[in-house]
Design a protein around this ligand. Structure first.
Ligand code: PMP
Length: 360
């Protein structure tokens, strides 16, 4: 440190990608619920205006109760925050001291790595196994104070096998954080392991299946002692009055709406994956609301889709993968727009290639 400031990494600054939020007609970049806001939550937002002259509850007690009921644990096993990003940030401060290590699978959600660095931790990437499971021995061998796992994993969409997860939790030197931002789309969850272990914290969000990304509501589930420490590391009033009211309304009244959108997403995911196959693209098996396609043509495809008004997320030089694109799965009309864009992009690329090859 030379001056009064310490230089911290910026959000998204993990050297591989920056978050681009420029508007685009069909935006499939951020894995949110593309059917929109659930109806009871929308009503709660509209009627919350008169309540915002006062502070919210310090630690969102009402929301904790609603979340506890939703996931089937006691309220003392829940901590909330301003998005699950905020809960992860607080958890890293609670669990580890600057200079300690955070092991993670590579590639994974880059924000987790940024938060590790922001909190002075040293991130250590461990490659996936050939079948997209966690390399348990390699993760444990790091002896890291925190093991961050994302399942379903962003960006690959793949899940960590139950037996691998259980073994990591059993033998970890410190605390295991399992990020389940996409849990509603997945066949299983680690929450039951959190009931019996005090070194597992499961992160969840209302930004994806619940359609509330803009309100910023995240939470974590863990043993009461662990959760209490995370809460102490988190600032007060992190969930606004409007966010708490909307989230509680969604949890008490919109569950059917959420579940039927999730069911539709899973059907569309399967159909969309099959269509990608007909275009010669091979998505990884996904347990989330997005598909991830490794392809050497990722840059050209992303640019060509962008010109046709379709935004997808581009990845370059990922460990063991190379270049890839990631696409949110949503209502079928959006998938049709994407497939049309891909067909045109591929046709155009073939035409260009033929011209180039045929040129003197
Ligand atoms: N974890 C993962 C794996 C994610 O993909 C995202 C969103 N992209 C988040 C956490 C962040 O969620 P939130 O909006 O709750 O901060």
């Amino acid at each position: 440190m030379t001056g009064p400031l310490r230089t911290r990494p910026a959000y998204g600054d993990v050297g591989r990608y920056l978050v681009d939020q420029s508007p685009v007609a069909v935006d499939l970049r951020d894995n949110t619920n593309l059917w929109g806001v659930p109806p009871a939550a929308a009503r709660a937002i509209a009627s919350a205006a008169t309540a915002v002259s006062r502070y919210p509850r310090i630690y969102a007690a009402e929301l904790k109760n609603a979340l506890a009921e939703y996931v089937g644990v006691s309220a003392e096993m829940i901590v909330t925050g301003c998005g699950s990003d905020d809960v992860l940030d607080a958890a890293l401060r609670a669990i580890a001291d600057p200079g300690e290590r955070m092991a993670h699978l590579d590639p994974t959600f880059p924000t987790a790595i940024t938060f590790a660095r922001m909190n002075g931790l040293v991130p250590i990437g461990v490659p996936f196994t050939a079948d997209w499971d966690a390399d348990v021995d390699a993760l444990l061998a790091t002896g890291a104070r925190v093991i961050y796992l994302c399942s379903p994993n962003n960006p690959t969409g793949t899940i960590i096998a139950r037996a691998s997860l259980a073994r990591i939790v059993e033998h970890a030197a410190g605390v295991v954080v399992v990020d389940e931002a996409y849990a509603e789309y997945a066949p299983s969850s680690a929450i039951d392991l959190a009931r019996s272990s005090n070194r597992l914290l499961v992160l969840r969000t209302m930004s994806k299946a619940f359609g509330l990304a803009g309100l910023r509501v995240g939470y974590a589930i863990g043993a009461p002692d662990l959760v209490a420490e995370v809460e102490k590391s988190r600032g007060p009033y992190k969930v606004s009055v409007v966010a708490e009211r909307a989230a509680v309304a969604a949890l008490s009244t919109d569950i059917d709406w959420v579940q039927s959108r999730v069911a539709e997403t899973i059907v569309n995911r399967r159909q969309f994956a099959a269509l990608l196959g007909t275009l010669g693209l091979s998505p990884l098996p996904s347990a989330a609301n997005f598909l991830f396609v490794p392809t050497p043509n990722a840059v050209a495809l992303e640019r060509a889709l962008w010109k046709r008004g379709v935004g997808v997320r581009l990845y370059r030089g990922l460990t063991g993968i190379g270049d890839a694109i990631r696409m949110t799965v949503g209502p079928w009309n959006l998938m049709v727009a994407l497939i049309r864009g891909l067909e045109q992009a591929i046709e155009h690329a073939e035409h260009t290639e033929a011209t180039v090859v045929g040129a003197p």
